[in-house]
Design a protein around this ligand. Structure first.
Ligand SMILES: [Fe+2]
Length: 337
């Protein structure tokens, strides 16, 4: 896996040649490494660090205050607060059961909050009380629009890098059904993690089109090295936050929807959250708490998740069933609880 860092600044603002160069680098990074780290993705200064501070404020609320925004588990787009242990990423991948006797024992040591499009009436957002965390809803809605703008710029770059006509992917994304998430990984003992049944996040591929991930400086995000390891035993590589003052790189990952659209040309990014690299040799003590944020760009509800015809060949026939993006979301989310 190479260093895989791409400066995105020239895509929205550069010449046609600059834009083409960024677009090709981006697609090559996703194809060869399964992810890229982006510098200058297009967020205003301090926006991502301010977002992580807002996550700290939210998760610092009492359990009862957070439960006012409880997201009822079920086969639908995720909204609201989920307590530690509610979402089980292990169940997204049958290989995670290897060496274990029951899915019920495999848990994520993580709490989270999700919001969908601010104007979504079919799957409305749920919010904590304004008095408990003033300005939270207003700021989250503003962040949602900020993340969606950057995510759609990246879709435009991926279209160009893949040699697709303009709008080939964008038409399936708009209006998007993206979800903005904040994660809190509470401090957990190394002994608990060493038993192997509880992880911060189990290996999985996100289900949307692309994921933009921001993390604090604790570390622990790992992405499977393409071409190394096996499905039962992937070879994970740490993707540490490259902090530069308040700025951290944004990690761009491929979701299962984009993997389908490209008929596997862009592989879904298999990732997990494990111990920070400096703690791997440690046997005792506690892994410090960690905060992260993610924007899952998801397709238009009625868009197909079938491959585009440009990616179907006799050597690479279609292996996935066709359905709408909303149906795909429902099926995938149902597995998580
Ligand atoms: Fe994920």
């Amino acid at each position: 896996m190479d260093s895989n860092i791409i400066d995105f600044a020239a895509f929205p603002r550069g010449t046609d040649t600059d834009r083409q160069s960024v677009a090709e680098s981006l697609v090559n990074g996703l194809k060869n490494n399964g992810f890229v780290s982006l510098t200058n993705p297009g967020f205003p200064d301090d926006a991502t660090s301010d977002y992580l501070k807002l996550a700290i404020d939210f998760f610092s609320l009492s359990h009862s205050a957070k439960m006012k925004a409880f997201g009822v588990p079920g086969p639908r787009p995720q909204r609201g607060f989920g307590a530690v242990g509610q979402e089980r990423t292990a169940k997204h991948r049958k290989e995670n059961l290897t060496g274990h006797d029951s899915w019920d024992k495999l848990k994520d040591e993580r709490e989270y909050f999700d919001m969908g499009p601010p104007e979504d009436l079919e799957f409305p957002n749920v919010w904590p009380d304004e008095a408990d965390i003033p300005g939270f809803r207003r700021r989250m809605e503003s962040y949602w629009n900020m993340f969606e703008d950057v995510a759609l710029q990246i879709i435009s770059a991926i279209e160009m890098g893949l040699g697709l006509p303009p709008n080939a992917l964008m038409a399936r994304c708009r209006p998007s059904t993206g979800e903005l998430r904040m994660n809190h990984y509470p401090s957990v003992s190394l002994e608990t993690l060493a038993k192997g049944e509880i992880k911060r996040t189990w290996p999985h591929v996100d289900l949307g089109v692309i994921t933009l991930l921001i993390q604090d400086t604790v570390g622990g995000l790992e992405i499977a090295d393409i071409g190394q390891g096996s499905p039962e035993n992937p070879s994970f590589v740490a993707v540490e936050p490259r902090g530069n003052g308040t700025k951290v790189n944004v990690v761009l990952m491929v979701g299962a929807t984009l993997q389908r659209w490209t008929n596997g040309l862009l592989p879904g990014t298999l990732h997990q959250v494990s111990l920070p690299a400096p703690m791997r040799q440690q046997r005792n003590g506690d892994c410090p708490e960690r905060f992260s944020g993610a924007f899952f760009l998801k397709a238009n509800k009625s868009a197909s998740v079938a491959p585009l015809e440009q990616f179907i060949t006799s050597e690479q026939p279609v292996v996935w069933d066709n359905m709408s993006a909303l149906e795909f979301t429902k099926r995938m989310v149902e597995q998580l609880y």
